[in-house]
Design a protein around this ligand. Structure first.
Ligand code: GDP
Ligand code: IMO
Ligand code: MG
Length: 422
């Protein structure tokens, strides 16, 4: 944490690295926590004192009652889902309205955006993205096409603007012959969500954040998704539609590059991916099943199986470079407790060519592995680095050398307190 700076915590692989847990753990050190990209396609799990929450649009700093949480301009927000999420927190005793601020520049996900998500996927044939179906792609498309609705529009002749965009969407759906949908109930909830959102401070959060920074306060930017799902730097077209990398912190919050302090890159001790797209380290065997079972690798939002594999240094090096990661955070090390050997992907190979640099198109590449001895010792009860078994220490050393970046935090179980700082 640096006063007057924005630190970022970014998923640097395919998402679900454990961002929610670490943001929640970090929050006491910061004054403000802000989401800068994505929407309810995210599912950030926070577990403490026997309670579990999965947040989608609300930043994971919300459990620290004294802190301001911001949904930044780079985010997209579905009023009905936001209302359900916020009400769940209110029912659990958290007061939100004074300290959850939403950018008026953030874009609104309409019910018809979600239908379009389904319609575009249906039209894609084999090359489906495996979207979460939350309307993310169509909403960011409308933003880029300069026809989207923003949070600020709620306060200004909203019904007319809403109807105009909905009619436009209905026309596209009709052109696609995608008529099998009924949004009547959804739309009622959505409109209730619009009214509900008016309870919150819908404001110019870009000014607010910069004011905090001038006052010497510290901001934590919470990433969503992961670097390989970034619209520019990910495995296009199998990506999400926002800027999930460190550049997105600036555009998604309205802060200048020279306000950025630490960039924490979070990854798991192995790899997962949910949805389709190339994944050279994917394991289709017993080991993959084992990682999925032990790591409970099922989507927090959709419940889908997450695809599993060994850690991928090609992907991690690329993401560290793209983001300028200063500190690494390694999660879920405990999931590998039982394996005799741990594999590490050090390169990709295809048609006699071997590379350690992330290729333009990761389709068809195969992983090249090195093997390290497993630690065969339960990690989840450990709270001090001195107590780590030697082969686990060797795994950490190996990764730090290969990635040329220090691993500053290690997590060994889902709970808030199982987080070891180095
Ligand atoms: P996010 O989207 O990056 O916030 O991550 P998710 O919440 O989608 O997925 C991470 C999952 O791993 C959640 O179920 C967490 O409770 C869990 N988790 C986080 N850290 C650890 C850890 O160190 N060990 C284990 N076994 N689970 C963890
Ligand atoms: P968090 O923040 C993992 C994946 C989807 C799909 C692709 C596009 O919890 O880490 P979208 O709904 O954005 O159009 O889906 O991106 N995806 C995620 N995978 N974690 C996420 O978020 C994801 N958000 C989107 O599975 O492959
Ligand atoms: Mg998640």
């Amino acid at each position: 944490m640096t006063q007057g700076k924005v630190d970022a915590l970014l998923g640097i692989v395919f998402g679900d690295e454990g961002k929610g847990k670490v943001v929640d753990f970090f929050t006491p050190r910061y004054d403000v926590v802000a989401r800068f990209a994505g929407g309810p396609n995210a599912g950030h799990t926070i577990i403490f004192e026997g309670k579990k929450f999965v947040l989608r649009s609300i930043p994971s700093g919300i459990f620290d009652e004294g802190k301001v949480n911001i949904i930044g301009n780079g985010c997209v927000i579905a009023p009905d889902l936001f209302m359900a999420e916020a009400r769940e927190l209110e029912a659990a005793g958290y007061q939100l309205t004074d300290r959850l601020h939403i950018s008026r520049r953030a874009h609104l996900i309409l019910p018809t955006h979600r239908v379009l998500d389904r319609a575009y996927e249906a039209a894609k044939g084999k090359a489906k993205v495996g979207t979460t179906g939350k309307g993310i792609g169509p909403t960011y498309s409308d933003k880029a096409a300069r026809i989207g609705l923003r949070v600020g529009d709620i306060l200004n002749d909203f019904d007319t603007k809403y109807t105009a965009l909905k009619v436009r969407h209905e026309q596209i759906l009709s052109d696609l012959h995608f008529t099998d949908y009924d949004i009547a109930d959804e739309e009622r909830q959505w409109m209730e969500g619009i009214e509900y959102m008016k309870k919150f401070q819908l404001s110019d959060t870009e000014h607010e954040i910069n004011r905090y920074l001038r006052e010497g306060k510290s901001v934590l930017a919470e990433g969503a998704q992961g670097s390989l799902l970034d619209i520019d730097h990910g495995t296009y077209p199998f990506v999400s539609s926002s800027s999930t990398t460190s550049g997105g912190v600036c555009t998604g919050l309205g802060v200048a590059p020279n306000t950025i302090g630490h960039i924490f890159g979070i990854f798991k001790a192995y790899s997962t991916r949910v949805g389709s797209g190339p994944f050279p380290v994917e394991l289709f065997d017993e080991t993959g099943e084992e990682i999925r079972r032990i790591g409970n690798e099922f989507g927090a939002v959709t419940g889908r199986n997450r695809r599993c594999g060994w850690i991928d240094l090609v992907a991690l090096k690329y993401a560290i470079m793209i983001n300028g990661v200063t500190d690494l955070v390694m999660m879920k090390s405990d999931v590998l407790d039982g394996f005799d050997t741990i594999k590490v992907c050090t390169a990709y190979t295809k048609d006699g060519v071997t590379t350690t640099e992330m290729p333009y198109d990761t389709e068809g590449w195969q992983a090249v592995y090195e093997e390290l001895p497993g630690w065969k010792t339960p990690l989840s009860h450990l709270r001090k680095e001195e107590d780590f078994p030697a082969p686990f220490k060797a795994y950490i050393d190996y990764l730090e050398k290969a990635l040329e970046t220090p691993i500053k935090i290690i997590s060994v179980s889902p709970d808030r307190d199982a987080t070891i700082m180095r």
